[in-house]
Design a protein around this ligand. Structure first.
Ligand code: UDP
Length: 478
């Protein structure tokens, strides 16, 4: 019997935002919180997803549930349990929604039956917990098939899709056909971009963009010296005498220490911290194109052998993300490609798998890497939104991103970062990275603007207001 489990989240006081907002925005934010409290009085706001860690959905739920609870809303988070075969199918769906064939495995009746069976098991437990009138927000293709059972029990069900593709192709159509029967029971469907809305959902779609939590461990201020100390302690940079301790502040206010090492593939010594670092931090997923980043950087090194720069490709330890069964194979492909490079190229490219055993420690590692990097890239072939980019922009990093999906909603080319028009072209990518490395002052200016743009559009204050809108729409008659 497969049962969902609960991720228990402590309330986070909204007063944290008081010093980040001007008086009018702070008062507006408090008004939204009061409205949410009133609307949800006596009811629960359930979130259901397929993994408690790794990836943008888990990242966001940890923080948004905490703030919703801080607003006085009984927000809760359940994670469904699946079998390897189930996650194989849902990963295939995930790729298909991006327009990619993935491993090309079928999405037919047999797969549908297996998908439904796992969700039926999970639904049995959910139906004990969810009461009529409760709001249920289902996340991503793994959960879409839960909508009919929950709606029949009287819950107000919305489904949120965190992925998508601007120009649908046959794979996208196949994925929507698979999901359509479940989605028919959802009152509303939520998308990151209007271009992602399929015809099946056009009559009940809302666009809500994701956000980062500027107070999360991952985004907390960190001095350059501490960032270097953390990267040295995980084995990624050369350590320095007299360096500070590799510490960070945990969500409960206590001091945490980065003690675990990362699994690192590098040829020769750790990089000198003075050499500019180019970094991409992402799950090991072919759509994040780590191989393309590696190829592009190799071109850069060959074209400009005297340019001082190192590349780090970092991602979670390959077995740590439950709903991402292909991570190990993707990492292996990147490793094989790295091995095929010349000794010179290999010396400047480092692959890092970051331990996920302690999520706050992992967040401190990601924070250190993003803050230390001279350039952060997100060279995805497809990308629903790309929180890694938002995080780097919040840290005022100059960024290079592919002009695909939600990355385009964050970067205005030449204003707050650079966009690479053809995501499949490693040479264009290499040129964009080089231009930032060669003009650090211009790069810093882009980074400062990036920080302000994230503050204006992609923080939890905007996101909570969107949730109020969502609840109002779900409660509206008809
Ligand atoms: N992430 C992490 N540890 C890692 C790699 C990634 O915590 O080793 C986080 C990253 O910081 C970001 C999220 O995973 O918060 C990825 O979200 P994004 O929207 O970029 O992509 P997704 O993984 O959801 O496709």
């Amino acid at each position: 019997m497969l049962k969902p489990f609960e991720v228990h989240i402590q309330a986070e006081p909204l007063t944290r935002f008081e010093h980040e907002l001007d008086a009018a925005s702070w008062s507006g934010f408090q008004g939204q919180a009061a409205r949410a409290r009133t609307l949800m009085a006596g009811r629960t706001f359930w979130n259901i997803s397929s993994t408690a860690r790794g990836g943008g959905v888990a990242e966001m739920l940890h923080r948004m549930v905490a703030y919703a609870r801080g607003a006085g809303v009984d927000a809760r988070w359940l994670v469904l349990t699946g079998t390897p075969a189930f996650f194989h199918i849902t990963k295939r769906l995930h790729h298909a929604l991006h327009g990619s064939r993935g491993d090309g495995s079928p999405l037919g009746q047999a797969e549908h039956a297996l998908y439904d069976e796992v969700l039926r098991d999970n639904a049995e437990e959910l139906l004990v917990l969810v009461q009529p009138g409760d709001v249920v927000l289902l996340h991503d293709p793994q959960t879409a098939g839960l909508a009919p059972a929950l709606a029949a029990a009287g819950a107000r069900v919305a489904w949120r899709c965190h992925v998508g593709r601007d120009t649908p192709n046959a794979e996208v159509v196949r994925a929507w056909e698979f999901l359509a029967p479940g989605l028919a029971a959802a009152r509303l469907t939520l998308f990151t971009r209007a271009a992602y809305v399929p015809p099946q959902c056009a009559d009940r779609a809302l666009v809500i963009q994701p956000s980062i939590d500027i107070f999360a461990v991952k985004n907390q201020p960190m001095t350059p010296a501490v960032a270097r100390a953390i990267l040295a302690s995980i084995g990624l940079l050369r350590g320095a005498a007299g360096a500070p301790e590799p510490v960070f502040t945990r969500a409960d206010g206590l001091t945490g220490r980065v003690s675990r090492g990362a699994d690192i593939m590098q040829s020769g010594a750790e990089p000198d911290p003075e050499v500019p670092l180019v970094a991409q931090v992402s799950r090991w997923d072919p759509l994040k194109d780590p191989a393309g980043v590696l190829r592009g950087f190799a071109i850069l090194l060959r074209q400009s052998p005297h340019l001082r720069a190192e590349l780090v490709l970092a991602g979670p330890a390959v077995t740590s993300v439950a709903d991402d069964p292909d991570a190990a194979a993707t990492f292996q492909d990147v490793l094989d490609l790295w091995r095929q490079q010349s000794h010179f190229v290999r010396q400047h490219i480092h692959l890092a798998c970051l331990p996920m055993a302690d999520l706050e420690e992992n967040a401190a590692m990601v924070n250190a890497l993003q803050r230390h990097a001279a350039v952060v890239t997100q060279k995805s072939l497809q990308e629903g939104f790309g929180l890694t980019l938002t995080e780097a922009m919040w840290k005022a990093r100059p960024v290079v991103a592919s002009a695909v999906g939600g990355l385009q909603d964050q970067v205005v080319h030449g204003q707050n970062g650079l966009l690479v028009r053809d995501p499949g072209d490693p040479t264009e990518f290499a040129g964009a990275v080089r231009s930032l490395l060669e003009a650090p002052e211009q790069a810093a200016l882009l980074g400062r603007r990036a920080h302000e743009d994230v503050r204006a559009h992609f923080t939890a204050t905007r996101h909570l207001a969107d949730f109020v809108r969502l609840i109002e729409r779900l409660d509206a008659p008809g």
